[in-house]
Write a protein that binds this ligand. Structure first.
Ligand code: AMP
Length: 190
């Protein structure tokens, strides 16, 4: 089983991804995490990505698609299913991912789409910003990231509804409750 965890910033993708990774022994790939490591290490990718991340915009498709293709091709040998978190975020990324999946002969893909009302997302991100010091979790950047999500990322869901199995999950509630909802939805594919 391969999972794409989809949803707006602050909906809990990272938290739920860690749990799914352990339950189904998946290989968790978070593009945000990979980019933050690159920024910290000051690599060429990190220096380029930082400009976009700090403002809350998306890193250009050609940069991110190349990065993901490299990781997926390298890690396919591990023979674990993939759990993608934070990718794809544009229709071009989704199309590129389909191509990579075809090349790697990956067919079983389920999209888990989490959602929650916007005031809740903002409250969660502001709280995370205070606790973790993540530089893009300031109120102004959060609002911009949500705008970017609605404009560029949410159309990806329609792309998938026409092509893949999509399971919509209510992301509002206790973390354990949300995990239970996801597990119930994906169990039939595991
Ligand atoms: P995240 O941790 O998923 O919220 O990602 C943090 C930031 O990394 C985003 O606001 C983007 O600037 C960048 N980023 C992560 N994933 C992607 C992606 N798939 N496409 C473009 N930019 C991305």
């Amino acid at each position: 089983m391969n999972l794409i965890l989809f949803g707006p910033p602050g909906v809990g993708k990272g938290t739920q991804a860690e749990r799914l990774r352990d339950t189904y022994t998946l290989h968790h790939i978070s593009t945000g995490d990979i980019l933050r490591v690159a920024v910290k290490e000051g690599t060429k990718l990190g220096v380029e990505a930082r400009r976009y991340m700090d403002s809350g915009g998306l890193v250009p498709d050609e940069v991110i698609i190349g990065m993901v293709a490299e990781v997926l091709e390298k890690d396919k040998k591990e023979k674990k299913g993939f759990l993608l978190d934070g990718f794809p975020r544009t229709e071009d990324q989704a199309r590129a991912l389909d191509k990579i999946f075809r090349k790697l002969e990956i067919k079983d893909v389920v999209v888990v789409s989490l959602d929650a009302p916007e005031p809740e997302l903002i409250a969660r991100l502001v709280k995370r910003g205070k606790e973790s010091g993540r530089s893009d979790d300031t109120e102004e950047t959060i609002r911009y990231r949500l705008k970017v999500y609605h404009k560029q990322t949410s159309p990806v869901l329609d792309y998938y509804k026409q092509r893949k199995k999509v399971r919509a999950i209510d992301g509002l509630g206790k973390i354990d409750e949300i995990t239970k909802r996801i597990n119930t939805a994906v169990k039939e594919f595991a």
